[in-house]
Structures are given as C-alpha cells and as structure tokens.
Design a protein around this ligand. Structure first.
Ligand code: AMP
Length: 252
C-alpha cells in the first residue's frame, strides 16, 4: 500500500517515527507522469532502503517558460497505480503553499555550473530545482536520494550542493533508461507525435556514433532538430534539442 501524504509537517512526523525505529529511507523526487525511468530509481531505492518515499511535485519555480509548465503532463491516477505496483511506501504530494511557506523568498543560488549548458538557456531553472530538492531532503531526511543521470547537470549540481552544505544523505545517480529505439524515457515524450518519436530516437544514435562534436551537430540539424547546445561536461557529452516545440535532453 502506498500512503499519500500531502503536508510537510505530517511527512516529517512519519519520518521521525521511522528513524526512531532505525529504518533506512530512500527518496525519489519526481514531477510525476511516471514511467520506467522513474521506476528504475524506485527499484534502486527499494534494494538499499527499508522505506521508499517518492515525491511528486511539478515545481513551478524551476520552469522559466509558462507554456512548458502548463503543458507539463499530469497523470496522478496512473502514477498512483504505478507506485502501488512498485511497492512504494509513501507518496509525498505537497502543494505550493505548503512547500513554499516563504513564497520562494529563500533560494539556493549556485553561480558556476548552473549558468552553463541547460542553465544558459533556462535562466533560474537550477535555482528553482536546487531549492525544491533541498526542501525535500530536509523534510524526508533520506539515507539515500536517487537522481537520473539523464539529467546529468541536475545530478551534478545536487551532488555538489550536498558537499557545499554538508547534507548527510547519499546522492545516487541511476543510468538512463531508454526505449528499445534508444530514445531516453521522459515525461515530455508524451507530447511527441509518433513520427517525431521515431525521429527523436536519432538523438542517441547520433550521440553514440564515432564522429566529431561538430559533425554530430550538423547531423542533428539535418535531421530537423534545433540544437540548443552539444558540449562536454566531465566525461559526458550533453545535448539539448528542440523538436516540434518539445525540448529534449540526453547525454552519453
Ligand atoms: P522528472 O520527473 O522528469 O523531474 O524526473 C525525476 C527523476 O527521474 C530525475 O532524477 C530524473 O533524472 C529521473 N529520470 C527521468 N527520466 C529518466 C530516465 N529515462 N532514466 C533514468 N532516470 C530518469
């Protein structure tokens, strides 16, 4: 049974009791419209922790584009069924006024990595993301928190925030889950037409092939993608493209 908890205070009271009982806790933060990528994070959490908490919150402060926020898919009934099937113990489902008692007057500002790659095109996005993640980590106080490597810059920023603020939770990165075609699973894929979905699978194929970054960029453009950036971060090659008004990211 997945128990749904809406209030941060109620969640904190439950966590405090679980900690007294010596239970380890895994947290999987999400924005809902759950798919097999999210499910993999839950699976990893269940392997390591006694209790798994999934949060669903479409965090408005990390959307720099109102249309993107409004069009973000919301599928709560299906999400609940997936959480039950995945044996998730708690769904934390806050709303804006409960999770932002400060009305977003307090923020986490990172001034280096957050301004590059996706951050260069989505001003304020990572401030909103880091702020909500810190709130969730403080409320749930997980032993482990799980993040997908599909959002590699996000994972990197959260890991560095852990170090900067001495956050005791372990931050775990989970490999990108893909469709058989290679397309990285994403809640935004539901906004693609069938033919765009086939086209979108080329992103991964082009990233992987043995060509230079410039050649890959040209191939993406030839295929009809609008390329935002294609750049290396650590040992990874990161890409963000637009296809029919949908922004897609991936990395290898
Ligand atoms: P989202 O709901 O898109 O904000 O994603 C919630 C978490 O799931 C983030 O840590 C994502 O990186 C992760 N995630 C999303 N898609 C995938 C995927 N295809 N494979 C692995 N993790 C994913």
């Amino acid at each position: 049974m997945t128990t749904v908890i809406k209030s941060p205070g109620h969640m904190q009271a439950i966590i405090s009791q679980l900690k007294k009982e010596g239970k380890t806790i895994g947290l999987v933060p999400t924005m809902g419209a759950l798919h097999a990528g999210h499910q993999k994070l839950m699976e990893e959490s269940r392997k390591t922790n006694k209790i798994t908490v999934v949060s669903i919150y479409v965090n408005p402060t990390q959307f720099n584009n109102l249309e993107d926020l409004e069009k973000y898919p919301k599928t709560l009934d299906e999400d609940l069924r997936l959480l039950e099937r995945s044996n998730v113990d708690f769904l934390f489902l806050p709303d804006y006024s409960s999770i932002y008692p400060d009305a977003f007057t307090y923020k986490i500002l990172e001034t280096h990595l957050s301004e590059k790659y996706c951050g260069a095109f989505r001003p304020g996005h990572f401030t909103g993301m880091l702020t909500i993640v810190l709130k969730l980590l403080n409320i749930v106080q997980p032993t482990h928190a799980y993040f997908g490597l599909k959002d590699y810059q996000q994972y990197s920023l959260v890991k560095k925030m852990k170090e900067a603020f001495f956050i005791p939770s372990h931050i775990v990165g989970v490999e990108t889950q893909r469709e058989p075609s290679g397309l990285a699973l994403s809640s935004r894929n539901t906004r693609l037409s069938e033919s765009d979905r086939i086209k979108a699978s080329k992103i991964f194929q082009i990233l992987k092939d043995e060509t230079s970054i410039e050649q890959k960029k040209q191939k993406l453009i030839q295929e009809g993608f609008e390329v935002e950036y294609l750049e290396k971060l650590d040992d990874r090659l990161l890409v963000a493209v637009w296809l029919s008004g949908v922004r897609l990211i991936d990395n290898v």
